[in-house]
Design a protein around this ligand. Structure first.
Ligand code: SAH
Length: 548
């Protein structure tokens, strides 16, 4: 605590000594004080593996220049009004910016007086060109600091259950780049020396040249039976590891379609993985679990699932906004009396309808002569909040079910009002019109579509990217169905084929089942920890059945 206080005081002092005008323009006056550049190691993948110093520096950044390998989740530490610049560097061809452009960019921002963070995967000084970037800063006389990070070599070894050194196996470890052009006449790697003279060998960027690496090592005397581990996306839920003897590893890697980024670990320590493989052996490792987010509930669930190794995908509810104009609703509200039925298909429909009704100085008595229909208990419960009990609530939570039920009562010539989203399912109005009703749809809210380029939730299921879906309340079910945008139960069943559904308790399960979803997991106690335990038990059971 004391040390922290001292640090704060020191930083405050340095601010007063060295005032930085954050409003200063890039082309500002020459006397503008230069900013500072922090070259920060982001760690290997897991965003919690950044150092405390790295996080503190991100928190005060005004400009962040980040790489492909730096986990984007780290950007949440950066103030929202900062400038975010993606520097690219996927593989070695598709650089978004050249190294020279990046160097210049850093210098320009620093000269404009800004606090700049250059965020790099792993450790910035291990095969990260950090040295080159800093040399340029020295040349331009710009103040800088370097924050180290957990490098991919140690992360890959640790998370694959391999101690990179071990008294019984090796006394040395060597980090190498596997990115050398095999056709180059002379090599920077002393193959004759490292093949037998060094213990554990760790190759960065070695996937493309793996054949060449293997050949060089064996030609120079390394035992072809030496165990090798290749670890992709170490320390993330996407981690995959392939193990085999040196002479066969290249074909194993090709067969398993392991692509960069991956680390190649060569040496007898790889044998220890059998005993120590703790990360990939966690019960939910690699399971892709969808969590539809409502309020704060999700973070506790996500944290507990991730602890067990799950790959959690949080999906925020689509933004809901009022319609562009209230004219249509206002017009119909004036002669609400003429409507025999008013049908609500979602909680949002109810909320927005009533907020406008109240704004116009009316209240629930406006419904004196109309009857009310609702799709789903969540919608009916929302109506209760406004003092309205639904007259009609079909067992199945679909617009079509409501339409059929109503049509069976006979609606010929009846006026029916449906306040709902601007775009909505057509089954309800069409079925009612066919039955002879005069249907009026009024928009009371808008579902804002995900931004261009964002993947749709439905596509995630089409591509079989989700193993488990969790529901922690009825409204998470309704939100989910909203986002999927499918009303037809058969179509929904087809889309979710093979997906396991976990519900927190009987009420949520009922909502899910009434919407045509099959629930596989429901804990006895209706709490988040119990839900997580049940998911774990289910997955373990499923695994043992598959192994039989
Ligand atoms: N400065 C980085 C290395 C950059 S070179 C560091 O210290 O880790 C890029 C190479 O690092 C990749 O080709 C791959 O070999 C390795 N790498 C980076 N992140 C990795 C990860 N999460 N899993 C496996 N290899 C990784």
């Amino acid at each position: 605590m004391e040390a922290e206080n001292r640090e704060n005081t020191r930083e405050e002092n340095s601010v007063t000594e060295n005032p930085v005008d954050i409003n200063s323009d890039k082309e500002g006056p020459a006397e503008t004080k230069s900013g500072k550049i922090y070259l920060v190691g982001a760690g290997p993948g897991d965003p919690s593996l950044i150092t405390l110093r790295g996080k503190a520096v991100l928190e005060k950044a005004e400009v962040v220049v980040y790489d492909y390998l730096a986990n984007k989740k780290l950007l949440k530490h950066v103030p929202k009004d900062a400038e975010f610049i993606y520097a690219g560097k996927k593989g070695h061809v598709k650089h978004t910016h050249t190294q020279e452009e990046i160097n210049q960019m850093l210098i320009d921002h620093a000269l404009a007086g800004r606090t700049v963070v250059r965020l790099k995967g792993g450790d910035p000084f291990i095969f990260g060109r950090g040295g080159e970037e800093i040399e340029e800063l020295v040349k331009a006389d710009i103040p800088f600091e370097v924050v180290p990070g957990v490098t991919a070599a140690t992360a890959a070894a640790t998370y694959a259950g391999i101690p990179i050194t071990h008294r019984k196996y090796t006394a040395s470890v060597t980090f190498l780049t596997g990115h050398e052009d095999p056709d180059k006449p002379t090599s920077n790697v002393a193959w004759d020396k490292i093949a037998t003279g060094a213990g554990t060998l760790v190759f960065y960027m070695g996937i493309k040249n793996l054949d060449h690496i293997v050949e060089k090592l064996i030609d120079n005397g390394r035992d072809p039976k030496t165990p090798v581990a290749v670890v992709r996306w170490a320390s993330t839920p996407r981690q995959r590891t392939v193990v085999g003897p040196l002479e066969k590893i290249s074909s194993y890697v090709k067969k398993a379609r392991i692509k960069p980024p991956a680390i190649v670990l060569v040496g007898d320590v790889v044998r220890l993985r059998k005993k120590i493989n703790w990360y990939e052996n966690r019960s939910l490792f690699g399971k892709r679990i969808l969590i539809t987010r409502t309020r704060d509930q999700a973070s506790e669930l996500v944290a507990q699932l991730e602890e067990l190794g799950a790959d959690c995908r949080e999906w925020a509810t689509i933004a809901i906004k009022p319609p562009e104009s209230w004219d249509e609703l206002d017009r119909e509200l004036k002669h609400l009396k003429q409507y025999k039925w008013v049908l609500f298909t979602s909680t949002n429909g109810v909320k927005f309808f009533f907020s406008r009704l109240f704004e116009l100085g009316m209240d629930s008595r406006a419904f004196k002569t109309s009857r009310i229909g609702a799709v789903g208990t969540a919608t009916a419960d929302e109506l209760i909040k406004f003092g309205i009990k639904a007259d009609l609530l079909p067992k199945k939570f679909t617009g079509e079910a409501l339409a059929k039920k109503l049509a069976a009562k006979g609606v010929k010539g009846d006026k029916i009002l449906i306040p709902r989203a601007v775009a909505g399912g057509e089954a309800l109005p069409e079925t009612l019109s066919k039955a002879g009703a005069q249907v009026t749809i009024v928009p009371v809210y808008r579902n804002m579509r995900p931004k261009e380029g964002e993947k749709s939730l439905r596509m995630e299921f089409e591509k079989k990217n989700i193993d488990i879906v969790t529901f922690t309340s009825s409204s998470t079910v309704t939100n989910f169905l909203h986002m999927i945008g499918i009303e037809d139960p058969d179509e929904l069943k087809k889309l979710l084929d093979g997906v396991t559904i976990a519900s927190i308790g009987p009420i949520t399960t009922k909502t899910a089942e009434q919407s045509g979803l099959k629930v596989h997991i429901q804990p006895k106690a209706h709490t988040i920890p119990a839900l997580v335990e049940s998911i774990e038990a289910y997955v373990i059971q499923e695994g043992s059945e598959a192994a039989e």
